[in-house]
Design a protein around this ligand. Structure first.
Ligand code: ADP
Ligand code: MG
Length: 265
């Protein structure tokens, strides 16, 4: 049964979408079965995985509003090597349409339950705000992966996000965990980066991934070819850093599964 990760941070431009696409591709490269869910109406994760958001007949909007079953909306990206539940501009309407529906926070979770056994990991790309779509992602997930840039206000933003996660635990998803904090667009020559990085370790300890994602032009170029960096330039620093992250994610998942099994005996 798949572990489900929400890739989230209410701040835009921190590398959520880049992480979702490239971590999905790297996990798929280890022969694991992956579903990437795009919940951002901008559809960048969809496009970056080689699925044209303007060509798809149905999107995650149809799933959230029960106009179609999830099995009918998932598409395979041969180019990227994983399955995609696509998003496009239609998704903005979901928020309004769900406003008066009972259980609207759980629509995604119920849909993913139907396909969860088909995958090893499901990664959800969240929009850069705490709206009904993000709440659906947090309701559906086992844990959150938080990409962040090591810059001046990053820790403040992170405190707000931790607050949100706590509220979600108290209300709709008590078992939601922090999977890991990922430093993106990382530049070790920058002293502010190093300062923020050491503060992160101080507050969050081993919740901070050992892997960092450097600033790398290939990661920024690859989406315009509809490819993850691994398929666009597999030797690039960007591609290699996401492969390393995938290794860490797999190891962490195995360790958690063992912890749970040990607790049962
Ligand atoms: P978010 O989804 O959080 O808004 P994106 O993943 O879309 O962030 O990244 C914002 C911009 O930065 C995009 O243009 C993306 O291509 C670029 N980018 C993201 N990560 C990197 C990186 N490690 N190196 C270079 N450019 C990056
Ligand atoms: Mg994004």
């Amino acid at each position: 049964m798949a572990r489900i990760f929400a890739v989230t941070n209410q701040k835009g431009g921190v590398g959520k979408t880049t992480t979702c696409v490239n971590l999905s591709a790297s996990l798929a490269a280890t022969k694991r079965k992956i579903l990437m869910v795009d919940l951002d109406p901008q559809g960048n994760a969809t496009m970056g995985s080689g699925i044209d958001k303007n060509e798809v007949e149905r999107s995650v909007y149809d799933v959230l509003t029960k106009k179609a079953t999830i099995e009918d909306v998932i598409v395979r990206s041969e180019a990227a090597g994983f399955d995609v539940l696509p998003a496009n501009g239609d998704v903005t309407a979901a928020e309004v349409e769900l406003l008066n529906e009972i259980g609207r926070e759980h629509r995604l979770r119920l849909a993913l339950n139907k396909v969860r056994d088909n995958y090893d990991f499901i990664l959800i790309d969240c929009p850069p705000s705490l709206n009904m779509l993000t709440v659906n992602a947090l309701s559906a997930s086992d844990s959150v992966i938080i990409p962040m840039q090591c810059e001046y206000y990053a820790l403040e933003g992170l405190a707000a996000l931790m607050n949100t996660i706590e509220q979600i635990r108290e209300t709709i998803n008590p078992s939601l965990e922090i999977e890991g904090i990922l430093r993106t667009m990382y530049d070790p020559r920058n002293s502010l980066t190093r300062d923020v990085s050491s503060q992160l370790h101080e507050y969050f300890g081993d919740q901070v991934y050992g892997s960092v994602i450097p600033r790398n032009i290939r990661l920024a170029e690859a989406p315009s070819y509809g490819l993850p960096a691994l398929k666009y330039d597999k030797g690039s620093k960007g591609a290699l850093s996401y492969l390393a992250l995938a290794g860490e994610v797999v190891r962490k998942t195995k360790a958690k599964a063992k912890e749970k099994a040990d607790a049962l005996v």
